[in-house]
Design a protein around this ligand. Structure first.
Ligand SMILES: Nc1ncnc2c1ncn2[C@@H]1O[C@H](COP(=O)(O)OP(=O)(O)OP(=O)(O)O)[C@@H](O)[C@H]1O
Length: 397
């Protein structure tokens, strides 16, 4: 057992939240045929709740009994993870609640988190995701506070405005086309070559692409060598600062609020460290985790807990260049293009200059209105087999 579990507590207690309508609607069958047998074999104890409505997962997470479960397993797409995280953020003890690891089993239509945790090859494999729920180690991730109209919510994945948001949100009626609707939406956007109407202020931590690339490589190699030496030593530590949940979270020192917002009241036109991005923009994309979808590695140098959000701003370029950007998009090739401005940031602020676009946050449609975002280092917790995202970025490909 020790050799098989390598420092992970066996026989986990898992809470499974299953959205029966996610993606092609097969979550219930997949649970019964593929996932339950694996959990049974691993002697995991599972409580299963089928979500019945929008925000049901938020309600469940808000009232979670701390210490009862080793992880919350989300059988759906990225949307349900977003709801769970925001429920934990509304918990009476959010800091402790957010230490409960969340782990996805990809049965939705957008499963970006699973791709990032498990890699492009295994990221769509539900059985592999179940193994991560059984044996993955808690991995802290940065979370992002979004404040809009005085209301604060948490984002874990992405915020998007302009072409890349429009091609998703404005082609909903073309769902029958499957993922081809995104290609259609992109090409339509290229033909229009519309500028994205935003004023963007960024509290920049790094903007040198080579330095970001070197840091990414270093951190990735360190995480992988830690996880393989742990395997060789069969040690007990999880090596990431987040303790394996063991049921005593209730006795830990309690803090009863989310971290305060540090940058919201700064004036980006006067305070130190802010820049105004002032070139015409095709789209704005910010987030964490290399893949935003199977076809697009938007944040190739993203790390789960470097305390920053990655921002990619695509400047308006000639149509030919925009079309050629589709080639190698899944390998992150656009990162090196001069027209792609890339930042690691601690915070940013968006001020729309007209209503002619839309805002998508973690795949949810938000009002296209001003908002502030700032990073909370390591506030959330996922499960990982490697201690970092299982993706690589090879500039030679
Ligand atoms: N029983 C249910 N009926 C309808 N909607 C539900 C139910 N349970 C959860 N939901 C909602 O479904 C959405 C799930 O989105 P998620 O991204 O996880 O899956 P998805 O299949 O990828 O979704 P989509 O393709 O619509 O983005 C959430 O907004 C959630 O509130």
């Amino acid at each position: 057992m020790k050799a098989a579990y390598r420092g992970v507590k066996p026989k986990r207690n898992l809470l499974l939240l299953v959205n029966p309508h996610s993606g092609p609607g097969k979550a219930r069958t997949i649970l019964q045929k593929k996932i339950e047998p694996l959990f049974r074999a691993a002697h995991a104890k599972i409580d299963v709740i089928y979500t019945t409505h929008n925000k049901h997962a938020t309600d469940i997470a808000r009232d979670l009994e701390l210490g009862k479960y080793d992880a919350i397993v989300s059988m759906s797409g990225d949307g349900l993870v977003y709801e769970i995280l925001n429920g934990l953020a509304e918990h009476k003890n959010p800091i402790e609640a957010l230490k409960t690891p969340i782990t996805p089993i990809p049965t939705g239509s957008g499963n970006g988190l699973s791709l990032n945790l498990l890699g492009l090859k295994e990221g769509t494999d539900v059985s592999f995701a179940a193994v991560n729920a059984i044996k993955g180690k808690p991995m802290p991730i940065d979370l992002f506070s979004v404040t809009q109209d005085g209301k604060r919510s948490l984002s874990f994945f992405s915020q998007c405005i302009g072409l890349m948001a429009e091609l998703d949100l404005w082609t909903e009626h073309l769902r029958f086309m499957g993922s081809n609707r995104f290609v259609y939406g992109y090409v339509r956007g290229v033909v229009k070559r519309k500028s994205c109407p935003i004023k963007l202020y960024i509290k920049v931590a790094e903007s040198d692409k080579n330095a970001m690339f070197d840091k990414f490589k270093e951190a990735r190699e360190a995480a992988f060598s830690r996880s393989s030496s742990r395997a060789a030593l069969n040690g007990n530590g999880n090596g990431n600062g987040h303790a394996e949940p063991n049921g005593d979270a209730g006795t830990a020192e309690l803090s009863t609020a989310l971290p305060p917002l540090k940058y919201k009241d700064e004036d980006p036109t006067k305070d130190e460290g802010w820049i105004l991005f002032d070139k015409p923009v095709s789209y704005f994309y910010a987030g964490q985790g290399p893949f935003v979808s199977v076809d697009l590695m938007q944040f190739p140098v993203s790390l789960p807990n470097d305390g920053h959000i990655d921002i990619a701003v695509q400047a308006i370029t000639p149509r030919g260049e925009m079309l050629s950007a589709m080639d190698g998009a899944e390998k992150g090739r656009a990162y090196w293009k001069d027209s792609c401005y890339y930042y690691k940031a601690k915070a940013y602020r968006i001020e729309p200059q007209s209503s002619a676009s839309c805002l998508s946050i973690d795949g949810e449609k938000y009002p296209f209105k001003p908002y502030d975002l700032e990073v909370h280092p390591g506030l959330g917790t996922l499960l990982s087999l490697h201690g970092t995202y299982n993706t690589d970025f090879d500039p030679a490909t």
